[in-house]
Design a protein around this ligand. Sequence first.
Ligand SMILES: *[C@@H]1O[C@H](CO)[C@@H](O)[C@H](O)[C@H]1NC(C)=O
Ligand SMILES: *[C@@H]1O[C@H](CO)[C@@H](O)[C@H](O)[C@H]1NC(C)=O
Ligand SMILES: *[C@@H]1O[C@H](CO)[C@@H](O)[C@H](O)[C@H]1NC(C)=O
Ligand SMILES: *[C@@H]1O[C@H](CO)[C@@H](O)[C@H](O)[C@H]1NC(C)=O
Ligand SMILES: *[C@@H]1O[C@H](CO)[C@@H](O)[C@H](O)[C@H]1NC(C)=O
Ligand SMILES: *[C@@H]1O[C@H](CO)[C@@H](O)[C@H](O)[C@H]1NC(C)=O
Ligand SMILES: *[C@@H]1O[C@H](CO)[C@@H](O)[C@H](O)[C@H]1NC(C)=O
Ligand SMILES: *[C@@H]1O[C@H](CO)[C@@H](O)[C@H](O)[C@H]1NC(C)=O
Length: 428
Amino acid sequence: MATPYHSLSAIASSIVILFLLVRSNAQDNVPHHGGVISLNMIHRDTPSSPLYNSSLTNWQRVSNALRRSRDRINRFTSSEDESPDHLMYSEGDYLVNISIGTPPRPFIGIVDTGSDLIWTQCMPCRQCFEQNPPLFDPASSSTYRALSCMSNECRLLRPASFCSIDTVTLGSTSIPKTIFGCGHQNGGDFSGIESGIVGLGRGAVSFISQIGGYLVGGKYFSYCLVPNPAMSFLSNNSNATSSSMMYFGRPNTSSGPEVVTTPLLSNGVSATQTFYIVELQGISVGANNITLNADAKAFKGNMIIDSGTTLTYLPELLYDSFKSAIEEELKDRDLEVKQDPTGSGLSCFLIKYDILPGPNVTFHFKGADVKLKSSNTFVRVDDETVCLAFSRGSGVGTYGNWAQINYLVGYDLENKTVSFQPTDCTTS
Ligand SMILES: *[C@@H]1O[C@H](CO)[C@@H](O)[C@H](O)[C@H]1NC(C)=O
Ligand SMILES: *[C@@H]1O[C@H](CO)[C@@H](O)[C@H](O)[C@H]1NC(C)=O
Ligand SMILES: *[C@@H]1O[C@H](CO)[C@@H](O)[C@H](O)[C@H]1NC(C)=O
Ligand SMILES: *[C@@H]1O[C@H](CO)[C@@H](O)[C@H](O)[C@H]1NC(C)=O
Ligand SMILES: *[C@@H]1O[C@H](CO)[C@@H](O)[C@H](O)[C@H]1NC(C)=O
Ligand SMILES: *[C@@H]1O[C@H](CO)[C@@H](O)[C@H](O)[C@H]1NC(C)=O
Ligand SMILES: *[C@@H]1O[C@H](CO)[C@@H](O)[C@H](O)[C@H]1NC(C)=O
Ligand SMILES: *[C@@H]1O[C@H](CO)[C@@H](O)[C@H](O)[C@H]1NC(C)=O
């Protein structure tokens, strides 16, 4: 499957050599830092988020999230790649605040587990989207270095874009000589408040791969997502003031009785292994166990675990059976099926109380049964409508962030696994 990420993919594979040259002296110079690095992961709809639009209603925010989700999935599965730039993919829901350069310049980037590198707009800018924070000015950073564009590797980059290196600071940890993208010609659907992308993909020269040597336990990151702030008023026990968290490095509490772990797979979906692909073997809805048929099973890596997509998109055949199973379970409860008022084509029900006490849903990833809560399975979209937080995908599915709320999700690039641990992210 071709993906819109193949421009990033080309970059990633083409700068392996540069990367090796750069890394070899970087690693020795800086001491390891003791602990895991924690950063707030700011949901764009949190009042403290720079992207928060106070004139929207909560329902509009939910509806916008569903639209972004659809846009993102369309780009995942689109075979087109006509974009003239690197900064096109802004549909993520979460932001992190890191810094680039010396002295450190704050950088609010969209978290994107579907791309590999940090990308920001740089001066001088031939074509940029407007942004509120000043553009990154390489001249103002004493540690900035442009990589030579004469190399075959760099010529694969789009015209007018540069791969650069500079110090990246996460919390109080500074990591020198990190390759990032300095875009001089950019476009895309950015609001102008964020400055770019923090790509957390798993490619060979991805950001995580580069900084692994500075992290406790190597190339490992995790996050814990609190319930969507636009919905928190619905739930009695969610703490609207607590933030989702992102952790770089391996916590020493990453195993326990409730942690389930599934292998990361390599398959043909992305030549550069940017995506976190796993094998979904089936889904249980109450007592009904839906397993993928033999054909689908032959296609092993069939789900991308993604932080930037809101909903979960299931492989086509699986979705139809899943939806029927849910509707079957809900039939007994006298729930009226109704049209999705957001226009996202979801399977929706008329409901007059807060949380739909749906059937127990378990995702059977290879070696990892992830039991969803009702709040992961359904999304309330207005005063009287609750919808399945799942939609029909095509080809490879995507496991979105709604299904990941209140799990500590760990991405282990050393052991090639993803783990899920049920966690109250509002108190941890
Ligand atoms: C905020 O939402 C309103 C209502 O939809 C819209 O008109 C306005 O452009 C939005 N503001 C920003 C900065 O996006
Ligand atoms: C980002 O972090 C810097 C300090 O590291 C701070 O000055 C800045 O206000 C933060 N920006 C946002 C939007 O939180
Ligand atoms: C929230 O609390 C109210 C009153 O305490 C209760 O009636 C309602 O069922 C609770 N809602 C949920 C989702 O627990
Ligand atoms: C909500 O979170 C804040 C900050 O983490 C904490 O001080 C407060 O006690 C929490 N409230 C509840 C009800 O959990
Ligand atoms: C985890 O590490 C911290 C500090 O590095 C230590 O205080 C704590 O006891 C450790 N926990 C476990 C379960 O090993
Ligand atoms: C349902 O099927 C999956 C395989 O798709 C299996 O791993 C799981 O144990 C089954 N669960 C039940 C309750 O039968
Ligand atoms: C869901 O599973 C739990 C046990 O994990 C059980 O107590 C509960 O009754 C189940 N709920 C439904 C609706 O089947
Ligand atoms: C994973 O890799 C790390 C470091 O490479 C190692 O310490 C650990 O024991 C491995 N296994 C698990 C299950 O985490």
